[in-house]
Design a protein around this ligand. Structure first.
Ligand SMILES: [Fe+2]
Ligand SMILES: [Fe+2]
Length: 314
């Protein structure tokens, strides 16, 4: 009797309910990851080499490469605060759009927004710990709130696709570069940050996918194609902001290592870092097979444009 009941409920489980139930199983708190007795270790890299590519820069000695790795860690925190800041209003808009008839969708989406709020707190706490330990202020791109507001002016489907792209980006950052990485002795706090972010983002990818299919199905093909064009504008907007951060990272590096780089050294650092930023924050999500699959189902032409764009940046 119990077996029949269990198999029936499993078969009937609602997609939003399933995600919400899975989300309940993940339970970590910010203060478990960073606190006065659990600090950043500045003798170790914060981010894996595949994401920062500081060791590819020949004009930097190992100590300077490590300093740039730390600066990249600071920029990572800042960039993800920006990402979370546009995701929360986007999700709340979707809650309003769906109405409250489907209580499982409401619960799952409000849980999603709450988790992104926790992630902002997480990144901000790490940023505070960074500032305390690094010893130098780091210049960062314009106000994240202003940038998030600019992104939210775009079509809801385009913001949703940008969100989905970043959710898959965080999956790739942990799974491909940190988990099972036995070659690098990374700072444990940053490893935990990436692991815990991955755990909750895994549910977000499912929710974004449900939302994207639902929203696209309610829009006409012409509107979907316009939203795809708008999404590509957002990708370029992010790209410009990232390139600005590359320049700021160089200023921060010169200040931290107390060295004025020659023109050729600057060129080498900028070229390597521009490529590293494009891969880490754009192409790793744009080329992710699950993102491409969803995009292709919504808009085959949009999928082709994204693949072409990523190819140009690789
Ligand atoms: Fe997040
Ligand atoms: Fe997320």
């Amino acid at each position: 009797m119990t077996g029949v009941w269990q198999s029936k409920t499993t078969a009937q489980v609602h997609p939003y309910q399933k995600v919400w139930q899975d989300a309940q199983k993940v339970n970590w708190q910010v203060h478990d990851l960073i606190n006065p007795t659990r600090c950043l270790d500045f003798t170790k890299p914060f981010l894996p080499e595949s994401l920062v590519r500081t060791e590819d820069i020949e004009c930097l000695n190992p100590s300077e490469q490590l300093t740039l790795n730390h600066i990249r860690g600071c920029s990572y925190l800042h960039l993800f605060v920006l990402v979370e800041q546009f995701i929360i209003p986007m999700v709340l808009e979707q809650v309003k759009r769906l109405g409250f008839d489907d209580i499982f969708a409401t619960q799952a989406l409000l849980g999603f927004a709450e988790e992104e709020g926790k992630h902002i707190h997480l990144f901000q706490e790490f940023a505070t710990a960074f500032e305390a330990g690094f010893g130098y202020p780091c210049d960062r791109m314009e106000s994240t709130a202003a940038m998030a507001a600019k992104i939210l002016e775009h079509h809801p489907l385009s913001v949703l696709l940008l969100t989905l792209q970043f959710e898959w980006t965080t999956q790739s950052h942990y799974l491909e570069s940190v988990r099972n990485n036995d070659e690098e002795d990374l700072d444990l706090c940053f490893c935990d940050l990436l692991r815990c972010h991955w755990l909750e983002e895994a549910q977000h990818t499912k929710l974004d996918t449900l939302l994207a299919y639902d929203l696209a199905a309610r829009l006409g093909t012409d509107v979907v194609e316009l939203a795809i064009e708008d999404y590509l504008k957002l990708v370029h907007l992010l790209h410009d902001a990232l390139m600005e951060q590359v320049n700021l990272d160089l200023v921060n590096l010169e200040r931290a290592v107390d060295r004025r780089f020659t023109d050729s050294e600057r060129q080498e650092i900028l070229e390597v870092q521009q490529q590293a930023y494009r891969w880490t924050f754009l192409c790793s999500g744009l080329t992710h097979s699950n993102f491409i699959r969803v995009l292709g189902e919504i808009s085959p032409s949009g999928k082709a444009k994204v693949i072409e764009l990523a190819k140009g940046w690789s």
